[in-house]
Every structure is written in structure tokens, then in C-alpha cells.
Design a protein around this ligand. Structure first.
Ligand SMILES: Cc1cc2nc3c(=O)[nH]c(=O)nc-3n(C[C@H](O)[C@H](O)[C@H](O)COP(=O)(O)OP(=O)(O)OC[C@H]3O[C@@H](n4cnc5c(N)ncnc54)[C@H](O)[C@@H]3O)c2cc1C
Length: 353
């Protein structure tokens, strides 16, 4: 079986940027798009903060253009999902088939146990692909409550990214679900545009750091519904209101926006036991968490520099984008990390043939 120089797993901004750089370095990368081809930006309309587009660009258009650009230089983009990997020895093994009768959607909505079962079954067959190096860019999914109205109105008033979307809510009434630091940051960011921000929080106090909670509670534009749960998002073409269980009483409020800030789940189920993870995020030598700093400390080269900052716990496997990023999670940061991962992989392949 042919051994590919490089396989990229994922087709968001990180994956396609990694593919573009690797293709231009003549590594003939194979890109597996996964079942969410194009990644998270396929779920948005206008992207206004990706540099180079002064008038903004539609998310799906940006992703189609990134794919075309990578293919132009020879990236082999395949609309397949990687169902299992074995990084224990080189060449690395990847599987892209499903066991008979299995539904690929399990990778989208199944539990870790269900995915683990599929991975086990798949690995009983010979691998479908062999690679000398791999770049993982499988992204992260924003957690939501899956309440009625949400699916229909995502991108039409329902958002999971205040940094991305706050400017669209100038003088509008918005609600934020959450109680951690992200919810505090998002609420404060929204006050720069929105006329009124209401936080829906299920407990009697925030989980957020004291300083952030105080800042929020002092802000005149922000109010809080304590002991409250979001029940429904109302609206047809766009959000018109929210239904909330407030201390046992169901109430409806008019609103034009609903922001979820209840966390993210990195898409790493198939890497369990293969790569070192921290709260599900892949650890690389440039992760900003303690395990990342510890890993970086172990790999300092003679010149006092980290040789391959985007390398994971397995030499030859690199990662970038939201799947490693506990902090920024933006299209442009994901693209930047995809670029770094490709440059690292290129240099690593030169030194490890
Ligand atoms: C609704 C919405 C609006 C947003 N708006 C903006 C914005 O305006 N500006 C901005 O900067 N950011 C925005 N973001 C954030 C931005 O989309 C992400 O930061 C960015 O997409 C992360 O890119 P990524 O390449 O790391 O991962 P993703 O875009 O999450 O892509 C992950 C890819 O991995 C693939 N994958 C996963 N598992 C496998 C597997 N096993 N095999 C093969 N492939 C796999 C998926 O199919 C997908 O293609 C928005 C996010 C959302 C949800």
C-alpha cells in the first residue's frame, strides 16, 4: 500500500491552510474532510473579521475558496471521515471506512463509548491509508442546549461566538446562556453594541472568576435571570424571543439574539489513547495550558528553541486550530495554526526520512 507523506484530518480553516502550505511544499497531502466538510464556518452567514475581505465574505464561500486554493496546488481532498487511527508506530495507520450497518452520524452526535465501539470494530480490518506524518485539525463543537427553535435559527440570531457576531447586534436585545468566564466575557463584549444583555443562569451564583462576575454585575446594560433555564428560542426567519423557566415559572421575553457560552467540546474521540489530551484538547508544545508548557519544556533543542511547536505527544503527528486552542478559537487563528503545523510537518519529514 502506498505510504503518503502527509495526511491532513479536517477541512476547516486549519485543515485547508495546512493542506495549502503542504501542497506548495510538494508533499502531495491527502485531506480527509470529515462529515462536516468545511467545518464550523459552514454554519454562518457573514464573516466580517477574516482579513482580506473588506466587505466580508459568506462562511460557505470562504470555505469553498480555501478548498479550491489547496486543490490548485495539488492537495488531494477526499470527502471521507477518518474513523480510527493508530499512531503507535510509523508509518501511521488510518481507517476511513465504517463497519457494516454503522451510521457516520455517530461521530457527530454519539457518545464517547459509542464512538469507541466503532473504532474498535474498524481496527479489526487492515488500515485504509498509511502516512509518514499527520496533521490533526478536527476542530471543536460549541455546546448548546438543543432546545426547540435552536437548529432552525442558528446563524439567524442564535450564535455560539460573541467575538464573531456581537457587531451584528447593534441596539438589539440579546440573551446569553452561561455562568462561567466565557459567558461574562461574551456579555461584556455584547454591551459594546447591544442595548440590553440578559444572562440566563441556572444557579444562584456564577461559576466565573470573582473579578469577571463583579464586572458583569456592575454593568448597567446587563441583567441576570438566576435559577433559570432556557426552554425555547422563538422566531421563524430570525430570533424574536426566548422562553425561560425562571425559578419554576415559565416566562417569554422578546429578543433578537441568543448567545450560548456554555463551553466547547474538542472533536478528539478517535484520538483517545493515541495522543495526550487535556480536557479533550490535543496537547502540543504551544498549548497555553500547564501540560502544554510541560511538554514544551521536555523538547527544547540545543539552540533553546522548540523544534516543532505544533507537534503532539507523538513525533510526526501535528495539530492546529480549535482542536488545540482553549482560548481564541477564531478562523484566522485556526488558519495560522494550520500553516504552522504544515511548516513543522515539512521540516520534520526532511529530518526523519
Ligand atoms: C456559527 C459560527 C460562526 C462563526 N463565526 C466566526 C467568524 O465570524 N469569525 C471567526 O473568526 N470565527 C468564527 N467562528 C469560529 C470558527 O468557525 C472556528 O474558529 C474555525 O472554524 C476553527 O477552524 P478549525 O479548522 O480548527 O476547525 P473546524 O472549522 O471546526 O473544522 C473541523 C473539521 O474537522 C473535520 N473532522 C472532524 N473529525 C474528523 C475526522 N475524524 N475525520 C475527518 N475530518 C474530521 C470536520 O468535518 C471539519 O471539517 C464561528 C463558529 C461558528 C460555529
Amino acid at each position: 500500500m502506498k505510504i503518503h507523506d502527509l495526511v491532513v484530518i479536517g477541512s476547516g480553516p486549519a485543515g485547508y491552510t495546512a493542506a495549502l502550505y503542504a501542497a506548495r511544499a510538494r508533499l502531495a497531502p491527502v485531506v480527509f474532510t470529515g462529515i462536516e466538510s468545511g467545518g464550523q464556518l459552514m454554519y454562518t452567514n457573514e464573516v466580517e473579521n477574516y482579513p482580506g475581505f473588506p466587505k466580508g465574505i459568506l462562511g460557505p464561500q470562504l470555505m469553498a475558496d480555501l478548498r479550491t486554493q489547496a486543490e490548485r496546488f495539488g492537495a488531494d481532498v477526499q470527502d471521507l471521515h477518518v474513523t480510527a487511527v493508530d499512531f503507535s508506530q510509523r508509518p501511521f495507520k488510518l481507517w476511513t471506512h465504517l463497519p457494516p450497518g454503522a451510521d457516520a452520524n455517530v461521530f457527530k452526535s454519539g457518545s464517547a463509548e459509542e464512538i469507541g465501539q466503532i473504532v474498535k470494530q474498524v481496527k479489526q480490518a487492515e488500515p485504509d491509508v498509511l502516512a509518514k506524518a499527520v496533521i490533526v485539525t478536527t476542530g471543536a463543537t460549541a455546546l448548546t442546549l438543543k432546545v426547540p427553535g435552536e437548529e432552525k435559527l442558528i446563524g439567524r440570531g442564535v450564535s455560539t461566538c460573541a467575538v464573531c457576531d456581537a457587531p451584528f447586534y447593534k441596539d438589539k436585545v440579546v440573551f446569553v446562556v452561561g455562568g462561567g468566564d466565557s459567558a461574562m466575557e461574551d456579555s461584556l463584549a455584547l454591551t459594546k453594541f447591544s442595548s440590553q444583555v440578559t444572562i440566563i443562569h441556572r444557579r444562584e451564583q456564577f461559576r466565573a472568576s470573582k473579578i469577571m462576575a463583579e464586572r458583569v454585575l456592575k454593568n448597567e446594560k446587563i441583567s441576570v435571570l438566576w435559577h433559570s433555564n432556557l426552554l425555547e428560542i422563538m422566531g421563524d426567519q430570525s430570533v424574536t424571543g426566548v422562553k425561560v423557566d425562571e425559578n419554576g415559572t415559565v416566562k417569554e421575553y422578546p429578543a433578537q439574539g441568543l448567545f450560548y457560552a456554555i463551553g466547547h467540546r474538542p472533536v478528539t474521540d478517535i484520538f483517545q489513547g493515541q495522543l495526550e489530551l487535556d480536557q479533550g484538547y490535543i496537547i502540543t508544545s504551544q498549548s497555553i495550558t500547564q501540560p502544554g508548557v510541560e511538554q514544551a519544556g521536555k523538547v527544547f533543542g540545543d539552540n533553546g528553541m522548540i523544534p516543532y511547536p505544533t507537534q503532539t505527544s507523538v513525533p510526526g503527528v501535528f495539530a492546529g486550530g480549535d482542536v488545540v486552542d482553549v482560548r481564541y478559537r477564531q478562523a484566522v487563528t485556526a488558519a495560522g495554526q494550520g500553516c504552522s503545523a504544515a511548516l513543522d510537518a515539512e521540516r520534520w519529514l526532511e529530518n526523519n526520512q
